[in-house]
Write a protein that binds this ligand. Structure first.
Ligand code: ATP
Length: 237
């Protein structure tokens, strides 16, 4: 579904990605793990059209995405939840979701999609008329995912959904991510929290300084431990 081929690029003169190769097949949840600052977010920005790569290809269902605007990518079914939960803080939960649906009314049933999002995140239904800015961190993350999901994307890219959340909330958000995948959305998940990703992903890639240095077809406890020790510099848990 998605094939990143030898992508290089970064910010101006600063090269961050040094030839990244990665594939996501339809129906999978693929994890992209890596320590701070190795380029995971930069790669998602390239895929979602926010940064133009200096070289390489990003193929989506065989079509090269390079040069296509983020708005058009959204209409093509690619959604990106950036790090830091970009929601409208002075709008209610309902308004945040309706704005997301406005752009795609011609191709989805807005009422159905709203119900789907609220069923996935019952907490958002309880907070339906509350302003986004007054939600807890976990609720804001739920709203950010719900906003991206409402337009019925085929591919959902999530950038560190666990960031800054208490373990119990992380567990709940990740359970929902698995549910989203089971409902048919393909997912590329960027995470530093490898343990949280363990029960959600089908396969993982590990990135170090702008390249993929390892991939696992299965992520069990011992493979997780090895990735943590060898690539993430973590010695336990
Ligand atoms: N707008 C920018 N201009 C210049 N350099 C940037 C910009 N954004 C990020 N960088 C640099 O690019 C490098 C990779 O950052 P990136 O956010 O892609 O890493 P990451 O793997 O997602 O890290 P983290 O897990 O900490 O978010 C870092 O050295 C960062 O300082």
């Amino acid at each position: 579904m998605l094939e990143v081929r030898n992508v290089v690029g970064g910010y101006g003169e600063i090269q961050i990605l040094h030839g990244v190769n990665l594939t996501v097949h339809r129906g999978e949840v693929v994890g992209l793990l890596g320590a701070n600052g190795v380029g995971k977010t930069t790669l998602l920005r390239v895929i979602s059209g926010l940064i133009r790569p200096g070289g390489g290809q990003v193929l989506y269902q065989g079509q090269d995405l390079v040069g296509i605007s983020p708005a058009r990518l959204l209409r093509m079914g690619i959604a990106h939840v950036p790090q830091g939960r970009h929601i409208f803080s002075d709008m209610t939960v309902k308004e945040n979701l309706l704005v997301a649906l406005d752009r795609v009314r011609d191709r989805v049933n807005a009422g159905e999609r709203l119900e789907y999002a609220l069923n996935l995140f019952p907490r958002l239904r309880e907070r339906y008329h509350q302003l986004g800015g007054t939600l807890s961190g976990g609720e804001q993350q739920m709203l950010a995912i719900a906003r991206a999901l409402a337009p019925k994307p085929d591919l959902l890219m999530l950038d560190e959904p666990s960031m800054g959340l208490a373990p119990v909330i992380v567990e709940s958000v990740f359970k929902t991510i698995r549910q989203i995948a089971e409902d048919g959305t393909t997912i590329l998940l960027v995470e530093q929290n490898a343990t949280a990703a363990l029960h959600v992903v089908d396969r993982v890639y590990v990135m170090e300084t702008g390249t993929i240095v390892h991939q696992s077809e299965r992520l069990d406890d011992s493979e997780l431990q090895r990735i943590k020790e060898v690539y993430l510099g973590l010695s336990d848990s």
